[in-house]
Design a protein around this ligand. Structure first.
Ligand code: KIV
Length: 292
């Protein structure tokens, strides 16, 4: 029986305590989740980035709890049937609470988090610092593990004036450290740090006992997260500085589709082996001699 990664196990993963850095990647569907599992990934994030990399929106503000629950369920189904022989623990499924699902009342926040858990999430993630504490405490109180998310928080893109690196100034850096300590005290088991200078990410990582997971936050975090489509080179419209592409799947996919189109147009696909055939007896009754 394979081990399942759990929120308490993730919480203990501080690099300064000699633990291995955490590896997180987004997944939005069953095949993606199975690939992440086969690769030995620790956490899969059903991110609201689904809006941009899968659903074709320009920002993450367009997706709802229902959308995230739909994709979370697909990821959970994929993991349920994946790699039974793998030696790594099964990844923890973290689902993003989308914009406006945790901005009104703690009651509504808990209801939305519960919808994601019922869809298959084992933890939820939400963006923001101290002003989100009542919501985080309410979710933790409902026994749902919460991951924080500080720095460049894409759901605040209008308030921030775009997708901009945060914490570049002295005061802003200290605010982020204070936010991280507050999230830890409220019960977050880990904190994503997005789009912050390396030095600030290191300050934050050194100030809290929960692991930090960076994206565009340098190598000093307790782990890293990237978007599936960026790692694999499926997304070709934008390439932030912090993305490292480990494959060029888009090129491979386009070349494969071009070859398929050419074969259909020339009649080379499908061939006899790729077709179903009647038995000789049935073909004969239909007057189709020699077609079997
Ligand atoms: O939605 C997402 O993909 C995220 C990561 C960038 C951390 O929140």
């Amino acid at each position: 029986m394979r081990k399942q990664m759990t929120a308490p196990a993730i919480r203990a993963r501080k690099v300064r305590d000699g633990r291995e850095p955490l590896v997180m990647v987004t997944a939005y569907d069953a095949p993606g989740a199975r690939m992440a599992d086969a690769a030995g990934i620790d956490l899969v994030l059903v991110g609201d980035s689904v809006a941009m990399v899968v659903l074709g929106y320009d920002d993450t503000l367009q997706v709802t709890v229902d959308d995230l629950a739909h994709h979370t369920a697909a990821v959970a189904r994929g993991l349920a049937s994946s790699a039974p022989e793998a030696e790594s623990g099964k990844p923890l499924v973290v689902a993003d609470l989308p914009w406006m699902s945790y901005h009104t009342t703690p009651v509504e926040t808990v209801r939305n988090a519960a919808q994601l858990v019922r869809a298959g999430a084992q933890a939820v993630k939400l963006e923001g610092g101290r002003k989100r504490l009542p919501m985080i405490e309410a979710i933790v109180d409902a026994e749902i593990p919460v991951m924080g998310h500080l720095g460049l928080t894409p759901q605040s893109m209008h308030a921030m004036g775009g997708f901009k690196v945060q914490g570049r100034e002295h005061g802003a850096a200290l605010e982020l450290v204070a936010d991280a300590k507050a999230l830890e005290a409220a019960g977050c088991f880990a904190i994503v740090l997005e789009g912050v200078p390396d030095e600030v990410a290191r300050m934050i990582t050194g100030s809290v006992d929960v692991p930090t997971v960076g994206i565009g936050a340098g190598p000093g975090c307790d782990g890293q997260v990237l978007v599936f489509h960026d790692v694999l080179g499926i997304e070709d419209r934008m390439r932030p500085k912090f993305v490292r592409r480990y494959a060029d799947v888009r090129t491979v996919a386009v070349e494969a589709l071009q070859a398929y189109a050419a074969d259909v147009r020339t009649g080379a696909f499908p061939n006899a082996d790729e077709s179903y055939h009647l038995t000789a007896e049935v073909a004969e009754t239909l007057g189709l001699y020699g077609s079997a």
